[in-house]
Ligand binder design. Structure first.
Ligand SMILES: [Fe+2]
Length: 183
């Protein structure tokens, strides 16, 4: 928390100052909670991606999942680093949204076992995950900027860019395989 200039004589915060501090504190807590949610989401993904790579029919898609797994491991570390740059304890909180997305992905893999549509299904599941992450990282990056946490802005921005690139790669693979389908 920043030291606000005191404008009264006894050094006590004025009413508007303490209201402002409370607001800042609540906002900061919300920011930390969102980071904890994201950390858990990324950890869930490090377990889901190897299964998706195994289930993929095309080698290109399998490779995309494997390389995103490596990036995802890095995203876990980056989030831990964000907590460190904020001098906060690393925190993780079950991300129910990611749990749901991963569960749907597992169901899909089960249902599409042996189907020629499995890659299309896997791409759909993975893109839902990417979009969830893009929304979340976009938000925490913007909040970090608003609070002046420049190192966090940098780290979160790097991951955000990788999530966007992963999403675009999946779109590309989907397009290519659609072009290969007989008309
Ligand atoms: Fe990620």
């Amino acid at each position: 928390m920043k030291n606000n200039a005191r404008d009264n004589q006894n050094g006590q915060p004025t009413d508007s100052e303490s209201q402002g501090n409370e607001m800042n504190n609540e906002f900061h807590q919300l920011f930390l909670d969102e980071l904890a949610d994201l950390l858990n989401a990324e950890m869930q993904l490090t377990k889901a991606l190897p299964k998706m790579a195994k289930a993929a029919q095309s080698e290109e898609l399998a490779e995309a999942f494997r390389s995103h797994l490596e990036e995802t491991e890095n995203h876990v570390n980056r989030l831990k680093e964000v907590f460190e740059t904020l001098n906060e304890k690393v925190k993780s909180k079950t991300c129910k949204a990611m749990k749901g997305l991963v569960e749907e992905g597992s169901e899909l893999m089960e249902e599409l076992k042996g189907s020629s549509a499995i890659d299309a299904g896997l791409i759909a599941a993975a893109q839902k995950v990417e979009h969830y992450e893009i929304a979340s990282y976009g938000t925490v990056r913007a909040w970090a900027e608003q609070m002046g946490h420049s190192e966090a802005v940098e780290l979160l921005g790097e991951t955000l860019d990788e999530e966007k690139a992963a999403d675009e790669k999946l779109t590309e693979i989907a397009r290519e395989s659609a072009n290969k389908q007989p008309a």
